[in-house]
Design a protein around this ligand. Structure first.
Ligand code: FAD
Length: 407
């Protein structure tokens, strides 16, 4: 069932086995999955079915250092979105940021999980193999086929071997024809479900702990209209997005000074983005021509290939993980005439003749303790302290992009 906090009446407390906050990809997946397995689930979402600028304003942050990359509302990726969502990078609406995302799905790579001596603070306590089973079941649920099988199909294996000679490897992903919007994908199921209760318009403002301060027992939720609701659960899942999860943990400091889970002053730290740069144009040479069909950009959904320097080269050059995307620019009649007059062979992929590829560079960042979000002094309309974002772009980040490498 889906209700608005304003429809709940004078019932101040809701109880479920599991309470999930946030209805984006993470929250909607967890909540529906658990409900399908018989759990009593409450999903609390700050936004409503329609985009509301006054709720969206709860996401406002204060930039202390370098500002984020601005999303261009006129870009190819945003043109198909409703006008009010163009250029928005975190969405407070039923469905969360899935309302604007582009629908590109990719596995992290094994090296992403490992401690790399040349990348300070790198390494996770889990490994790629721990996630593989979940990647496979997600791929099945969302109908992506088998990414691993595609990565070893004959054309790709051959291409991979040729690239390896130059210290390059390929990295692949799926791009959905119609990007998943969780409110659409799960909305009807949520409406019909008897053991999943979605509450819209309710913003979690404080996590409350048991006496030992070991477990969250209840969460205070409020609406912009002044309604308050207490939600209790045996398990509480914060799927409010990386920034808002940190904000809620830090703001819940009544029982634990400094906030929940913050005994080591780590909540909100090591904040990274994935900087992007349109680096230039690649004119197809013989190898690219030969494998152009493997690089095809459309139709969606598609298996798409991008490049990165291989693990050994990254280690040798002390570089960060990155990818180079190639976006084909298809030949126009004048390009064709020019090419024909120069007796140059055409470069055909599955969709046409490629005149050139636009190259986009995307990189990870070094996990840097000083790059962080923290609570500021200014408050939002619910009286919650706004986040201050101090995003750092380190010398290592810069060096990794600027390093010349010939292959
Ligand atoms: C334009 C664009 C394109 C993108 N394209 C891709 C892509 O192709 N592939 C990819 O992998 N990633 C992409 N991303 C990133 C991706 O969309 C996000 O990483 C992902 O959607 C985050 O999902 P989430 O469930 O963690 O958070 P969100 O989707 O942000 O959901 C968080 C939810 O929590 C709610 N909420 C927040 N605070 C509270 C609170 N206190 N109480 C209750 N509810 C709260 C919010 O309203 C929201 O609904 C893109 C992002 C943008 C902006």
């Amino acid at each position: 069932m889906i209700t608005d906090i304003l429809e709940i009446g004078e019932q101040p407390t809701l109880r479920g086995q599991v309470v999930v906050f946030g209805s984006g990809i993470a929250g909607a997946e967890v909540a529906t999955h658990l409900a399908r397995h018989g759990r009593e689930v409450i999903l609390v979402e700050s936004g409503r079915e329609q985009f509301d600028p006054s709720i969206q304003a709860l996401n406002e942050v204060i930039f202390l250092g370098k500002r984020h990359r601005e999303l261009d509302p006129d870009s190819y990726y945003h043109r198909y979105l409703p006008p009010e969502l163009r250029g928005v990078s975190r969405v407070r609406q039923f469905g969360g940021t899935s309302n604007v995302w582009t629908g590109k799905w990719k596995y992290l790579q094994p090296l992403d999980f490992e401690g790399r001596p040349w990348v300070a603070n790198s390494g996770w306590p889990i490994h790629f193999t721990d996630l593989l089973e979940h990647y496979r079941s997600t791929a099945k649920d969302y109908g992506f086929g088998d990414l691993e099988a595609e990565a070893v199909r004959p054309g790709i294996v051959d291409f991979r071997a040729k690239l390896a000679a130059g210290g390059l490897k390929i990295s692949s992903f799926y791009w959905e024809q119609t990007p998943t919007r969780t409110a659409i994908r799960f909305g009807e199921e949520m409406r019909r479900s008897s053991n999943l209760h979605v509450v819209l318009g309710a913003t979690a403002t404080e996590l409350r702990l048991d006496e030992s301060c070991q477990r969250v027992t209840s969460v205070v939720c409020r609406s912009l209209e002044g309604r308050e609701l207490i939600v209790e659960g045996e398990v509480v899942v914060l799927a409010t997005g990386a920034l808002e999860a940190a904000r809620l943990l830090l703001a819940s400091d009544r029982q634990l000074p400094g906030g929940i889970g913050n005994a080591h002053d780590l909540v909100g730290r090591f904040y990274t983005d994935h900087p992007k740069h349109h680096t230039g144009t690649l004119t197809p040479g013989a190898l690219t021509r030969q494998y152009a069909h493997e690089l095809q950009y459309a139709p969606k959904p598609r298996f798409c290939v991008c490049f990165t320097l291989d693990d050994a080269t990254q280690q040798e050059q002390k570089l960060l993980e990155h990818v180079l995307y190639l976006k084909p620019i298809y030949e126009k009649p004048l390009d064709r005439l020019r090419r024909t007059l120069q007796f140059r062979p055409g470069c055909r992929d599955g969709n046409g003749t490629v005149a050139s590829y636009q190259v986009k560079f995307v990189t990870e960042q070094v996990p840097h303790k000083g790059s962080r979000v923290k609570l500021g002094i200014d408050r939002d309309p619910l009286g919650q302290r706004k986040l201050e974002v101090d995003w750092c772009f380190t010398d290592h980040d810069q060096r990794s992009i600027a390093k010349p490498y010939n292959c």
